[in-house]
Design a protein around this ligand. Structure first.
Ligand code: PEP
Length: 249
C-alpha cells in the first residue's frame, strides 16, 4: 500500500479570530492552482478549531495540536479527543517535541494520547525526533526508534496513524538535516514499521518536519520514504504554505 501524502500546518500558539482570512486565502490558492497530490491539514489553536471547521473549507482538514488521555472529568485546562472531534477536528498531533519538553511528556503518555485519538475515530500524528546533543552523540536512530516503538500503539494502522519525524534542533531554527540524513531516518522508521506491522507498515505516511519552507520543500519531499511535511512557522502564511504544497503539484 502506498501512503497518501499529507502537508500539515501546526500553528502552535498563534492565531486569533482574524486569522480566518488566512484560511480563506489558502482555500483560494488551492482552488486556483493545479490539484496537489496530497491531503492538506491545518492545526490551529483550540480556540479556532470550531471556527475553522465551520468554514467547511474545501480540501483543507482541521486538526488539533494535543489532547488529554481521558474522555472527560476533573482535568482543569485540558481537552479531550472527544471534545476535539465534536469541534470538528479530524486529526490530532501527539508527542510534539514542544509538548515533550515543556510538559515532560513521555513516550508512554504519547501512546496513551494516540489511543485516545483512535478511540474517537480520529487520526493521530505521532511526532518523534532527536535533540542536537543526541544527534552529535551519534544516537539519532536509537532515540527515534525507541520513541517510535513506545509512542505508537498496538492498534495503529495506516488509516489512523501518521508518523512525523521532526529533529528538535531543526524546529523553528531555519536549519535542516541533509536530504541523505532525512532519508536515513525515514527509511529506518519505515523498516521498524514493517517489522512491527508487517505489510501494513508500508502504508503509514511518514512526514518530515523542521524548518520546511517553499524553497526546500521539493528537495526534502523527494527523499525516500518522505510522505509529506509537518510545518510550523511557514504554515501561518497562506502563500508560504501553498508554496510547500507545490512540492506535490
Ligand atoms: C513544528 O513545530 O512542527 C515545526 C516543524 O516547526 P517549523 O516548521 O517552524 O520548524
Amino acid at each position: 500500500m502506498k501512503p497518501t501524502a499529507l502537508v500539515a500546518g501546526n500553528w502552535k500558539m498563534n492565531g486569533l479570530a482574524a486569522s480566518r482570512s488566512e484560511l480563506e486565502a489558502l482555500a483560494v490558492l488551492l482552488k486556483g492552482g493545479a490539484k496537489a497530490a496530497c491531503n492538506v491539514l491545518i492545526c490551529p489553536p483550540y480556540t479556532l478549531i470550531s471556527t475553522f471547521a465551520e468554514m467547511n473549507t474545501d480540501g483543507i482538514a482541521v486538526g488539533a495540536q494535543d489532547c488529554h488521555t481521558g474522555v472527560s472529568g476533573a482535568h482543569t485546562g485540558d481537552i479531550s479527543a472527544q471534545m476535539l472531534r465534536d469541534a470538528g477536528a479530524k486529526y490530532i498531533i501527539v508527542g510534539h517535541s514542544e509538548r515533550r519538553a515543556d510538559h515532560a511528556e513521555s513516550s508512554s503518555l504519547v501512546c496513551e494520547k494516540a489511543c485516545a485519538v483512535h478511540s474517537e475515530g480520529l487520526r493521530a500524528i505521532i511526532c518523534v525526533g532527536e535533540t542536537e546533543a543526541e544527534r552529535d552523540a551519534g544516537n539519532t536512530l536509537a532515540v527515534v526508534l525507541e520513541q517510535l516503538a513506545i509512542s505508537v500503539p498496538e492498534e495503529a494502522s495506516p488509516e489512523n496513524t501518521i508518523i512525523a519525524y521532526e529533529p528538535v534542533w531543526a524546529i523553528g531554527t531555519g536549519r535542516t538535516p541533509t536530504v541523505d540524513d532525512v532519508a536515513e531516518v525515514h527509511t529506518a522508521i519505515r523498516q521498524a514499521l514493517e517489522e512491527r506491522f508487517g505489510a501494513e507498515g508500508t502504508g503509514f505516511a511518514i512526514l518530515y518536519g523542521g524548518s520546511v519552507k517553499p524553497s526546500n520543500a521539493k528537495e526534502l519531499m523527494s527523499a525516500p520514504n518522505v510522505n509529506g511535511a509537518l510545518v510550523g512557522g511557514a504554515s501561518l502564511k497562506a502563500t508560504d504554505f501553498n508554496g510547500i504544497i507545490d512540492a506535490y503539484r
